[in-house]
Design a protein around this ligand. Structure first.
Ligand code: NAD
Ligand code: TDX
Length: 337
């Protein structure tokens, strides 16, 4: 297969590119990525240049997207997005632009090029928040996004479903819970807490820390994406989760035990506005229809993730210091977002 991956220099995208190249020797990948603050070509280092190419380009620019699509492309996997809720609260413009407009640009380009399949990678945050005793979200749950990030992803999902209904576009959507694992930008809870702990800094817990998230290792997410890409029904949404609900305080305590840091390092800070209380996913559809089950238990996945950040200090220190941006500015100049 020939696959185009948008946002493949980010956290999940780069894990997916590695996974897909490892799983199928006959597949080649073109990554289209704007290398925003969250994109890092080092995440794709060491791949065989005969099977993988990085094109620096922006999904909001039709020419950039058309430039990587032709009749030989078998599928587009669309990860490119602004992905951090806190940043969407400080400024939502880039979220509306990349997540909503960029998705429409991708839809139009996929249709024009006659690409047989689009996989749009979405999130459980589009459903909104659950109360403690509520049943998990099914794919039919109404969309009630509360953050600008979640609203922009919900808008993108609706545009994808509209293209499938109106134009008969072969598109599938996945909605996954919170990912953790290697190459995650250290602004998200898990890598922020691990790298702060390794640096002797405080771990900032928002509000009372009782918000529940449904955690999945990124490698399980990638396998689920592979299954949906190959066998998902066109026009359908699939939840992806590992049934590992934890509140943030419990997750932080688990990380602190793995990192051998004391309780005094955890500080309660001002809560995130409109902080969703709980996410949980009903995953019967992907399990019953496509036979997908996750492999990696949370305890093992977190231990492996802590070990990865211990072993890859260079990678995250260059990000935290900003050195990686200076390098890309020198290499790609004004093409960078
Ligand atoms: P990330 O922020 O680590 O990576 C996003 C990537 O998209 C970066 O490489 C960035 O450079 C690129 N990008 C941003 N704007 C672009 C543009 N205009 N044109 C081209 N490339 C652009 O994000 P992530 O955590 O890897 O998430 C990837 C996708 O998965 C997103 O769509 C996100 O909504 C979704 N998702 C994430 C999670 C999670 O827990 N991280 C869970 C469910 C779904
Ligand atoms: O410093 C922190 N302290 C804290 O208590 C940070 C960064 C987060 N939190 C809390 C907020 C959330 O309840 O931890 C939880 C997880 O926060 P994030 O890592 O920012 O993730 P979240 O907001 O849940 O969204 C993530 O999962 C769904 C991804 O960023 C999204 O892209 C994905 O769609």
């Amino acid at each position: 297969m020939r696959i185009v991956v948008t946002g493949g220099a980010g956290f999940i995208g780069s894990n997916f590119v590695r996974w897909v190249l490892d799983s199928d020797p006959g597949t080649s990948v073109v990554t289209l990525d704007a290398l925003t603050y969250a994109g890092n070509a080092e995440n794709l280092a060491g791949l065989d240049p005969a099977r993988h190419r990085l094109v620096v380009g922006d999904v909001t620019r039709p020419d950039d997207v058309r430039g990587v699509l032709d009749s030989q492309v078998d599928a587009v996997v669309h990860f490119a997005a602004e992905s951090h809720v806190d940043r969407s609260i400080s400024g939502a413009q880039a979220f509306a632009s990349t997540n909503v407009v960029g998705t429409q640009v991708v839809l139009d380009a996929v249709r024009a090029a006659g690409v047989p399949r689009l996989l749009h990678v979405s999130t459980d945050e589009v459903y909104g928040s659950l109360a403690p005793g509520d049943a998990p979200f099914t794919e039919e749950h109404p969309l009630h996004p509360t953050s600008p990030y979640a609203a922009s992803k919900a808008g993108a999902d609706l545009l994808v479903l509209a293209a499938a209904a109106t134009h008969g576009l072969d598109a599938v959507i996945t909605r996954c819970g919170n990912n953790y694992g290697p190459y995650q930008f250290p602004e998200k809870l898990v890598p922020l807490f691990i790298t702060n702990a390794l640096d002797g800094e405080a771990l900032p817990l928002y509000g009372d820390g009782r918000q529940v998230r449904d955690w999945i290792h990124v490698h399980d997410h990638c396998r689920a994406l592979g299954v949906v890409l190959q066998r998902g029904r066109a026009g359908r949404v699939y939840n992806v989760g590992a049934h590992a609900e934890r509140d943030n305080l419990a997750l932080a305590q688990q990380l602190m035990a793995l990192l051998d840091v004391g309780r005094d390092r955890l500080v309660h800070v001002t809560d995130r506005p409109a902080h969703d209380r709980r996410y949980a996913l009903d995953t019967r559809r992907i399990q019953d229809e496509l036979g997908f089950t996750p492999f990696i238990p949370l305890d093992e996945g977190l231990a492996a993730t802590v070990a990865w950040y211990r072993e890859h200090r260079d990678w995250w220190e260059r990000i935290k210091s900003g050195a990686y941006r200076a390098y890309y500015r020198a290499q790609y100049g004004e093409r960078l977002s």
